[in-house]
Design a protein around this ligand. Structure first.
Ligand code: SF4
Length: 443
């Protein structure tokens, strides 16, 4: 039997979660059915419950279409190739220079602790220091070349400790000079379901408990889809809000939409209670649109407020406006001070520090003048500076600074109270620059 519901043609209208939800409702799904199906697809739990097997739980029309829907969801993102890194090189002390004793006093720390580990979602139960990779750790890092159902390709990266970097666009319009993803401009947007499908694909390989939106594409240019994916991943997808990291070059639309999310929902008293419930793991068994609050009252109007508040990463790369225009030619022209102020406002509203991203390029943005300016900009701010040494790429005429210079820069900033660390761009030896793997494949 052929399925009478088909996906929209994705070359012009990539599949969105709203389409999927609509389709489920047309098949008779109530919020509880929708919730269970989305959790099942997200690899959080099975469709079956102990006293409620899927075969009797889902409405008949949905059951009849279930295998067709699953096949279409599977086709959203397929593994084209996997490029594994079996071990990260041992870290030099300078690579992780910030010990607890040298952390700036204003850094509240990103300590992640969740109860109830789930094998599928990979949520751990232990507190840990953010993103430190101990020397010699064998980390399950791999680059995945992912084929979308129209044949376009994007990259996802499996990161240590249950992390996953996903793409949000095919290509990118920002055109950063050090990035292969923007070389051909923007080819198309990813639908929110295609973004989530990358997480599903990764979870079928191993647990994923953190998703960073730092792969191909600028999330600000596909914001509706990115936020829709974040909403699902932070609810049915069972990922803690601050483990969803939205990255941007800085765009007013992002700051405005994020600040809207961080404001209280319309019905302050009880709805606020609902939001807080949704932000801890115990509430993940409750459908997003209709969860009941104490007393059994259903405040569906207030809980339609988007509840998931991701962490924010801001790609700064330089403090010099003219240089930034050269490095990120199509990023919005917003004063760097304003970018920092807006990011800081969101950090204070959510309680998660801003993660500043800085691709380190020798002779370009590794000067002492940059360090001084970083200190001026970020002193006292709720911020983390991530230095990402540039990955050598044949096509690009840039180099990373020496290890000594990188160590010295990190040390200088940490001594000045700016929590700074070096981050590896995953899989350097396997076409590791963003977009490079895809560029090689589609040549
Ligand atoms: S670094 Fe990010 S924003 Fe810049 S071109 Fe690459 S994908 Fe786009």
């Amino acid at each position: 039997m052929t399925c009478k519901y088909t996906l929209p043609p994705t070359s012009t209208s990539p599949m969105r979660l709203t389409h999927l939800r609509q389709r489920l409702r047309e098949l008779g799904a109530k919020p509880c059915h929708e919730d269970r199906l989305l959790r099942g697809w997200s690899q959080v739990c099975s469709y079956d419950r102990k006293h409620s097997p899927a075969v009797t739980f889902f409405p008949l029309a949905l059951r009849n279409e279930l295998s067709a829907i699953e096949a279409e969801l599977d086709g959203l993102a397929r593994l084209k190739s996997e490029h594994a890194v079996t071990a990260l090189p041992p870290r030099k002390p300078s690579d992780e220079t910030t010990s607890h004793s040298t952390r700036p006093a204003n850094y509240a720390g990103q300590v992640v602790g969740y109860p109830q580990p789930s094998p599928a979602s990979g949520r751990g139960g232990k507190c840990e220091k953010l993103c430190s990779i101990p020397a010699g750790e064998v980390a399950d890092v791999a680059r995945l070349l992912v084929e979308l159902h129209d044949g376009q390709m994007v990259e996802s990266v499996l990161l240590p400790r249950g992390g996953l970097c996903v793409s949000t666009q095919v290509g990118c319009a920002v055109g950063c000079v050090f990035c292969m993803s923007g070389r051909d401009g923007l080819l198309r947007q990813l639908g929110s379901a295609e973004i989530v499908a990358q997480v599903v694909l990764a979870r079928r390989r191993r647990a994923v408990s953190k998703v960073v939106f730092m792969g191909m594409g600028e999330p600000a240019h596909n914001l509706d889809n990115v936020l829709e994916a974040i909403e699902l991943l932070g609810t049915q997808g069972n990922i803690g809000h601050k483990n969803l990291v939205l990255s941007t070059v800085g765009d007013l639309r992002v700051f405005e939409r994020l600040m809207e999310r961080s404001s209280p929902p319309p019905c302050r008293g009880r709805a606020r209670e609902g939001v807080e419930i949704m932000s801890n793991a115990a509430a993940f068994s409750t459908p997003i649109l209709t969860f009941p609050l104490q007393g059994g009252r259903n405040l569906s109007s207030s809980v339609k407020h988007e509840t998931v508040k991701p962490a924010l990463a801001l790609s700064l790369h330089t403090t010099n406006a003219a240089l930034r225009t050269k490095l990120l030619p199509h990023a919005p022209r917003i004063a760097i001070e304003e970018l920092v102020e807006r990011a800081e406002a969101y950090a204070r509203a959510t309680g998660y520090p801003v993660q500043y991203q800085w691709t380190l390029i020798e002779g370009v943005n590794d000067s002492d003048a940059e360090l001084e300016r970083i200190v001026q900009l970020l002193a006292g701010k709720y911020a983390v500076m991530n230095f990402i040494p540039f990955n050598a790429v044949d096509e690009l005429d840039y180099r990373r600074p020496s290890a000594e210079r990188i160590a010295s820069m990190v040390d200088t900033l940490n001594r000045q109270g700016i929590y700074t660390r070096v981050r590896d761009s995953a899989g350097q030896e396997i076409e590791g620059a963003c977009g490079q793997l895809r560029a090689r494949t589609v040549k």
